[in-house]
Design a protein around this ligand. Structure first.
Ligand code: FAD
Ligand code: UDP
Length: 390
């Protein structure tokens, strides 16, 4: 098969992984990104003063059960073992402000209620005295929380945080958001269940730089994509915002954005990487202390982010797709528009308007690149989306 000339819009994980795969297959790849750096939202950068590797667009922890994806990332950058152990500051059942372990586990329950339960006792206590078992089929975030942990834990750890994070009451959000978090009746405080968890030794940008390091790949930074650019290429893979590709002609898909208030400290400010704040009265959702994401390094200085969430305005960076009923209707209109478009495939978290973890992004990027090659080999039309359900 003849080699092609392909354009990737975005030098984040989606653009880098698809670009690398196609470059290795002998194609000529150009990657443009509007930003002055590669890496997309996973971008990490060393703070020149302290030497701390900063997760510029918010904390990123790699976790997956996908062995191929794990091997893929380790091929480019060695991963250090890293377990995400999150703490939260809130008010306990006796009205005392304190620091608690997350996700809710036996330690949290014993701390919060001032008890010394063993696993079965804690389980019976939550099920018989806390959980609202009258809720048979929880639909909303609030119902899910009341059903499984009860009102006291819900109000301390989830209600205020979720109102701050989403700008919506938990009764307006789907149960699926809370289902991402486990409740454990032992002392396991690992935030994730996944088999493989870790951090790239020199950060995500170092890893993505190596993914892009191939003679078939040219990267152009500070270059904003325009649809006319597509004319010079056989196909475009677009990881920018789906509505942005169509100049927002049907309206804007809703996003939450984040404001990071950066501050520095000498020594150890909070003793852990991520401290959540459950109370609604505290205006930020969490504070991240970046040096704790690289526990194998040692730095006296420290860089921290206070994280605030709000509705994204047109000039803001889109972070979390909202995906309420209104946005889903608009999304299907854009999907219909995209499906009438030829010569472009929409990929990644913005191109498909979904929250995607890094491992899922890489999995989809590999599948897209392979699917694309198969379509080309068969002389078949290339679809606008390789993911089925948007
Ligand atoms: P992006 O990283 O957004 O890359 C898209 C790129 O396209 C950007 O660089 C952008 O500048 C560029 N672009 C857009 N439009 C244009 C245009 N018109 N012209 C030129 N360039 C353009 N995942 C995890 O697995 N673990 C975590 O702990 C985790 N934490 C997260 C925390 C936060 C706050 C957020 C928001 C996400 C987190 N993620 C996490 C998800 C992770 O960020 C994504 O999986 C990943 O960034 C998706 O990569 P992407 O290439 O699809 O998109
Ligand atoms: N959440 C919460 N309190 C916390 C942490 C999480 O209420 O201390 C809620 C919040 O609504 C969040 C959801 O649980 O969106 C899922 O948590 P996760 O850590 O996956 O958050 P995200 O990746 O959305 O930031």
């Amino acid at each position: 098969m003849t080699s092609g000339k392909f354009l990737m819009v975005g030098a984040g994980l989606s653009g880098a992984v698809i670009g690398r795969h196609l470059a290795e297959a002998g194609h000529d790849i150009t990657i443009v990104d509007a930003r002055a750096h590669i890496g997309g939202n996973c971008h990490t950068e060393r703070d020149p003063e302290s030497g701390v590797n900063v997760h510029v667009y918010g904390p990123h922890i790699f976790h997956t059960d996908d062995a191929e994806v794990w091997d893929y990332v380790n091929r480019f950058e060695p991963f250090e073992p890293y377990k995400n152990r999150v703490k939260t500051t809130s008010v306990d059942a006796q009205g005392q402000r304190g620091v608690f372990s997350l996700p809710i586990n036996l330690h949290t329950i014993n701390q919060f209620f001032g008890r010394t339960f063993r696993p079965e006792e804690a389980h019976d206590f939550i099920v018989n005295e806390q959980a609202d078992t009258a809720i048979e089929d929880p639909q909303t975030f609030e119902e899910q929380a009341l059903r499984f942990v009860g009102r006291d834990l819900y109000e301390a750890f989830f209600k205020g945080y979720t109102i701050k994070q989403w700008g919506l009451h938990p009764s307006e959000l789907p149960a699926s958001i809370l289902k991402r978090l486990p409740v454990r009746f032992n002392y396991d405080d690992n935030y994730f269940f996944h088999k493989y968890q870790g951090m790239p030794q020199n950060g995500y940008t170092a890893m993505i730089e190596k993914i892009l390091d191939h003679p078939g790949i040219t990267v152009k930074l500070e270059t904003v994509f325009t649809r006319e650019m597509g004319a010079d290429f056989d196909h475009v893979f677009y990881s920018g915002p789906l509505d942005g590709y169509f100049d927002y002609e049907l309206g804007r898909l809703g996003y939450r954005t984040l404001d990071f208030e950066r501050f520095t400290h000498q020594g150890d400010y909070q003793g852990c990487a991520v401290m959540n704040y459950g109370e609604e009265a505290v205006p930020y959702t969490r504070i991240t202390e970046h040096k704790h994401f690289s526990p194998w390094e040692s730095h006296e200085g420290s860089v921290l982010y206070r994280e605030f969430s709000r509705a994204a305005e047109p000039q803001d960076i889109p972070y979390y797709p909202i995906r309420q009923v209104k946005e889903k209707a608009l999304l299907s209109d854009y999907v219909a528009l995209a499906e009438q478009t030829t010569g472009v495939t929409f990929v990644g978290r913005l191109g498909t308007y979904r929250y995607l973890d890094m491992d899922v992004t890489i999995r989809e990027a590999l599948d897209t690149a392979r699917g694309f090659e198969a379509k080309r080999a068969a002389g078949a039309a290339v679809p606008a989306f390789f993911v089925a359900a948007l």
